[in-house]
Design a protein around this ligand. Structure first.
Ligand code: BDR
Ligand code: CA
Length: 312
């Protein structure tokens, strides 16, 4: 079976880390690289987390540093209540000593890999879309070389930073707008479904009992999220791993196709993902949006994928 070539672009991030651990359990994909971006925490931390995590669990793929600022808005995170000061909650991974970052910045790596893959490359984008937008702007050919973007971000209904904006889109609306308008086929896994994708204490126990480096790290991350929830923070929500599931286990969700864009102006609506669900604009849909999820089926899939990766 030919594996599907993927790059994961992320702002790791507790739930990004879970998505990475699951991706390595997915035999259907070949992970060609991980690109890091400013988001949950600053890019120096998200990059460091990606490098340390890869070496710790024995992932073999290039890790690139990426954008440390959004395209226009000036937003730059320095610490985060949801993901802790360095992005991995209370988990301190050993510093990577045998590996270093790829010499290329994310946008160059994305483009060169897309060229090598001759139109087959798929992207899992689970942070702000800055790196992808830079690649689109710097390398116009990039758009025609990317087969699909699967992304966590936005919401047809609602928001989590403001009333109607989700974090990944809100953190760099200009980048998201660039990607939405690019013409690259896209599947959106937004808050409409991710807020329901909550793991349980039983899932954590199954991961811990599996007793691999990868599954125990996942259990530690989920335990941090459970504690965070008890302290009044976000629940054990698998925003980012659900976007991976859209790519690899699409049957666990139901989708609706819309023409969508990102609101760049507005006193109250900047970063909102507008879906023309009444088809007033008479434009071809550019996004397939996940609207419902079979949560037990997703949780089963996620635990199985993480548990199946045995490491080095
Ligand atoms: C998104 O923002 C981050 O907190 C998560 O990693 C996820 O990608 C959810 O809004
Ligand atoms: Ca993320």
């Amino acid at each position: 079976m030919k594996k599907r070539p993927f790059i994961i672009d992320c702002d790791t991030g507790t739930d990004d880390a879970i998505a990475l651990l699951a991706a390595y359990g997915c035999e259907e994909i070949e992970l060609l690289g991980i690109t890091s971006v400013n988001g949950n925490v600053r890019e120096e931390y998200t990059s460091r987390n990606n490098l340390d995590l890869c070496e710790y669990v024995g992932f073999k793929c290039p890790v690139c540093r990426g954008a440390d600022m959004p395209m226009a808005s000036g937003y730059r995170n320095s610490s985060d209540m949801t993901h802790g000061h360095t992005g991995l909650g209370s988990i301190e991974l050993p510093k990577a000593t045998k590996t270093d970052f790829d010499s290329r910045k994310a946008a160059q790596f994305l483009y060169e890999t897309a060229v090598e893959q001759k139109g087959e490359l798929e992207l899992l984008v689970i942070g702000p879309m800055t790196n992808i937008a830079i690649a689109i702007i710097q390398y116009p050919e990039f758009v025609s070389l990317v087969k699909h973007v699967w992304f966590m971000g936005g919401a047809v209904w609602g928001g989590n930073v403001t009333t109607n904006a989700e974090f990944n889109i809100w953190a760099d609306p200009e980048a998201a707008h660039t990607v939405f308008m690019s013409g690259i086929p896209m599947t959106m896994v937004g808050l409409d479904v991710t807020l329901k994708a909550i793991m349980t204490k039983d899932d954590i126990k199954e991961l811990r009992d599996n007793d691999t480096k990868s599954s125990v790290l996942a259990a530690d991350l989920l335990d941090f999220m459970a504690d965070r929830h008890e302290r009044g923070g976000e629940d054990i929500i698998m925003h980012d791993a659900l976007a991976l599931a859209a790519a690899l286990y699409p049957e666990c969700m139901r989708y609706e196709d819309y023409w969508m864009d990102v609101e760049l102006r507005g006193d109250y609506t900047r970063g909102h993902t507008f879906a023309d669900f009444r088809n007033k604009m008479k434009k071809e849909p550019n996004v397939s949006a996940a609207m419902e999820v079979d949560v037990p089926a997703f949780r089963r899939w996620l635990v199985d994928k993480i548990n199946s990766y045995k490491g080095e």
